[in-house]
Design a protein around this ligand. Structure first.
Ligand SMILES: NC(=O)c1ccc[n+]([C@@H]2O[C@H](COP(=O)([O-])OP(=O)(O)OC[C@H]3O[C@@H](n4cnc5c(N)ncnc54)[C@H](O)[C@@H]3O)[C@@H](O)[C@H]2O)c1
Length: 407
C-alpha cells in the first residue's frame, strides 16, 4: 500500500519536516491553528524561518496544509510534532499530546505507523500515547499498529545547521524488516544521517538530556559571568585563557528561553520522582538561568545610572525574542525584562527585526530606526544579525547616545 504521511502540528518543528518530506511524498500537514495554515497556504511563514520559494515547493507533490480533520483519515504514517509545555507548577502538560493521540486513534487502521517528534520524558510513547491510541482505535499496538519516536533537534535561527544536515535519532521497536526499511527510507528524506535504535525510551531520554546538558552548562557560565562581574575580572579574557586547555568546553552566558531549555529539565525531573530519585543538579541550571532576568534588569538600571540616565530616559531596546536570529517569543527573558521596564516607562521603543510586526504588532515595537529620533540609550538585550547595521548607523549619527551591552 502507498505510504500517505500526515504531520500533526505545523510549527517550528512540524513545518521543516513537512517541507522536507513533501519534496518526495504527497504529505498532509494538519494543524488546529487556522491563521498559521492560511498564511502558509499563501507561502508566508510568520516565524520567518522559511522564505516564500522554500514553502512553495510542497505544491509540486500535491501535498496539502489543512485544518480539516477529515483529511488525516486517508493517511497511514503519522508524525506528531505538537507542543509539550509545562504547567505553572512546572509539571509536564501533556494535554495537547494526548489530544493528538485521540485524534489519530479515531482514524487509525491496521498496519499504520505513528511517530512522535515532541520532546517528552522516557515512557510517554509506550505508555501514555500507546494507551490512548489503543483505547480510541480499539487496535493493539505492535500487532495492529506500530509506534516510533524520533526526537527533533532543529535549532531555529541557525542557518548552517538545517534539518537535513542534523543527525536524526529514529527509534522503532518493530522487527519486521519491510517496516524498518520503510521507516528508515522516510526519515532519510528528513535527515541524511540516522541513528537507529529499537528502544523508544533510550531515544526519549537522549533527547531530553541533550537539552538538560545545554541548560546546565549555560547556567554554569551565567554563574561564572556573574562572579567575574562582581569580582571585577574580565570574563571574556578568563574564558579565552581557559579555552587554551584541550578539554575545556566553551559556552556563552545568556538569557535562556524558548520552548525547550526552560521546559525539558522539568520533564525528566518529574519522572525521576517515580523512581524515588532526587536528582541534585538536574534543575540547577533552571534556577540560575531564571535568575538572570532580575540580574540583567538590575544591571540595566546600574548601567543607566553610571551614565546619569534612568529607566525613565528615552530608551531603545534591541531584541525581544528568546535568542539571536529567531523571532520566537516563548519564555523570552528579554521580553520579561521589557515588560518590567514598560511598567515604569511606557514610551520605550523596542526594535526586533526577527518579529514580524505585521502579525505580532505591539504598540512599543518599531520596524525601523530613524537616525533623527532621539534616544538617550540603546540597550542590547538580544544581538540579532539583522538590525545590527541599523544600530551601528544610528550610533554613528548620534554620538551622545549610550550603547549598553549586557554580556
Ligand atoms: N522549537 C524548537 O526549537 C524545538 C526543537 C526541538 C524539539 N522541539 C519540540 O517539538 C515539539 C513542538 O515544538 P514547536 O516549537 O514546533 O511548537 P510550535 O508551537 O511551534 O508548533 C506546534 C504546532 O502544533 C499545533 N497544535 C497544537 N495543538 C494541536 C492539535 N491538537 N492538533 C494539531 N496541531 C496542534 C500548534 O497550532 C502549532 O502550530 C515540542 O515538544 C518541542 O519541545 C522544539
Amino acid at each position: 500500500m502507498k505510504t500517505k504521511i500526515c504531520i500533526i502540528g505545523i510549527g517550528y518543528v512540524g513545518l521543516p519536516i513537512f517541507l522536507n518530506l513533501s519534496k518526495t511524498f504527497k504529505v498532509t500537514g494538519y494543524d488546529i491553528n487556522k491563521n498559521r495554515i492560511d498564511k502558509l497556504n499563501k507561502f508566508v511563514d510568520v516565524y520567518k524561518e522559511f522564505k516564500k520559494n522554500e514553502i512553495k515547493i510542497f505544491k509540486k507533490t500535491g501535498s496539502k496544509l489543512t485544518t480539516d480533520k477529515s483529511e488525516i483519515k486517508k493517511c497511514n504514517f503519522f508524525i506528531v510534532a505538537v507542543p509539550t509545555p509545562i504547567f505553572k507548577n512546572k509539571k509536564p502538560d501533556l494535554r495537547i499530546l494526548s489530544k493528538s493521540c485521540e485524534l489519530i486513534g479515531k482514524v487509525l487502521k491496521k498496519d499504520d505507523i505513528v511517530f512522535f517528534e515532541s520532546t517528552v520524558y522516557p515512557g510517554i510513547t509506550n505508555n501514555l500515547c500507546r494507551k490512548i491510541l489503543e483505547n480510541t482505535s480499539k487496535l493493539k499496538s505492535s500487532k495492529d499498529f506500530f509506534l516510533g519516536y524520533s526526537p527533533e533537534r532543529i535549532n531555529p535561527g541557525d542557518q548552517k545547521k538545517k534539518l537535513n544536515s542534523i543527525n536524526k535519532i529514529v527509534a522503532f521497536n518493530n522487527k519486521d524488516p519491510k517496516r524498518v526499511r520503510l521507516v528508515k527510507s522516510i526519515f532519510k528524506k528528513v535527515s541524511k544521517k540516522i541513528a537507529f535504535t529499537s528502544n523508544l525510551e533510550s531515544a526519549e531520554t537522549a533527547k531530553v538530556i541533550e537539552n538538560i546538558q545545554r541548560d546546565l552548562n549555560i547556567g554554569l557560565f551565567n554563574e561564572i559571568f556573574k562572579f567575574c562581574e562582581k569580582a571585577n575580572i574580565n570574563f571574556n579574557e578568563v574564558i579565552e585563557l581557559a579555552s587554551t586547555k584541550w578539554n575545556f568546553i566553551k559556552y556563552k552566558p545568556g538569557l535562556v528561553g524558548g520552548h525547550c531549555l526552560p521546559v525539558d529539565p522539568y520533564y525528566l525531573s518529574h519522572i525521576s520522582k517515580k523512581y524515588n530519585l532526587k536528582m541534585e543538579i538536574l534543575l540547577a541550571g533552571r534556577k540560575v538561568n531564571d535568575q538572570m532576568e532580575s540580574y540583567i534588569y538590575k544591571k540595566i538600571i546600574n548601567e543607566l545610572k553610571k551614565n546619569r540616565l534612568s529607566l525613565k530616559s528615552k530608551l531603545l531596546i534591541f531584541g525581544e525574542s528568546y535568542k539571536p536570529n529567531v523571532g520566537d517569543q516563548r519564555n523570552s527573558i528579554a521580553q520579561k525584562i521589557i515588560l518590567k521596564i514598560l511598567k515604569i516607562n511606557k514610551k520605550i521603543k523596542v526594535f526586533d527585526p526577527t518579529i514580524d510586526n505585521k502579525f505580532f504588532y505591539k504598540k512599543y515595537r518599531i520596524d525601523k530606526i530613524n537616525v533623527k529620533d532621539r534616544f538617550h540609550a540603546i540597550i542590547q538585550l538580544v544581538n540579532h544579525d539583522d538590525g545590527k547595521r541599523e544600530i551601528q548607523k544610528y550610533l554613528k549619527f548620534n554620538k551622545r547616545t549610550v550603547f549598553i551591552k549586557l554580556f
